[in-house]
Write a protein that binds this ligand. Sequence first.
Ligand SMILES: C[S@@+](CC[C@H](N)C(=O)[O-])C[C@H]1O[C@@H](n2cnc3c(N)ncnc32)[C@H](O)[C@@H]1O
Length: 171
Amino acid sequence: MNFDEKASQWDLNPDRRQRARAVAEAIRRQIPLHPNLSALEYGCGTGLLSFELRNDLAQILLADRSTGMLDVLREKIAAAQASNLFPIQLDLLSDPLPTQRFDLIYSLMTLHHILDTARILSLFWQLLKAGGYLCIADLDREDGSFHKEPFEGHLGFDRQALAKLTTAVGL
Ligand SMILES: C[S@@+](CC[C@H](N)C(=O)[O-])C[C@H]1O[C@@H](n2cnc3c(N)ncnc32)[C@H](O)[C@@H]1O
């Protein structure tokens, strides 16, 4: 899937904006957010979710491997003068791990694009401070109809299986 090409039109889709708002609300309900906490958003795209949460947290590192998504994100950060949002081009599966550790890691609609789920969860675990929180919002198991174009990732996840895997890697 070519996210570079999709980036300039990404935020025009109201479903994506609504999903980010709903997931931000769910995170607020379940995690004691605090303006002292540091967070990592993994697979941030244009930053829809972190823009919703930026006033609830001290600073957020927004990581994505797509240059196009990060270009749009940088423009949005500059326009909003969002001084606590820090974009970074990062693919944890091939790049060195950042040295920073986080109170909270969240990821929206990215996990199903990553084939080795156990590995990415294990890397999240390494990046979390002790007692930190991981929030994953992604597709429930589906029949392949979600992606309208050829797709090689996961057809969603079984929630219980994903929770079990999360525990198995140490979280
Ligand atoms: C479906 S988009 C979701 C973007 C954003 N979270 C949202 O909900 O609007 C998936 C994002 O994950 C990124 N991504 C996919 N695989 C990645 C990887 N291995 N490392 C970092 N980012 C990745 C893509 O570049 C893309 O921006």
